[in-house]
Design a protein. Structure first.
Length: 65
């Protein structure tokens, strides 16, 4: 994932965010890879991984209030 971001990322926007199209193998892969980079990334599209990542993030976040 890091290599794809480094290769395809746009220039930073006014808030410092960069956009990159990153190929994924499956929704499970997207969730596992994406959560490993939180809070450094945000999944914009496709929509399918977003609810899964949200649910996975709630578990650890709930433990810390």
């Amino acid at each position: 994932m890091i290599a794809a971001v480094e290769r395809y990322a746009s220039a930073p926007d006014s808030d410092g965010w960069r956009t990159a199209v990153v190929p994924i193998e499956s929704l499970d892969h997207a969730q596992a890879e994406g959560l490993g980079f939180e809070p450094l990334i945000a999944v914009i599209a496709p929509e399918e991984p977003r609810p899964r990542m949200r649910a996975a993030a709630r578990g650890p976040a709930g433990r810390y209030g």
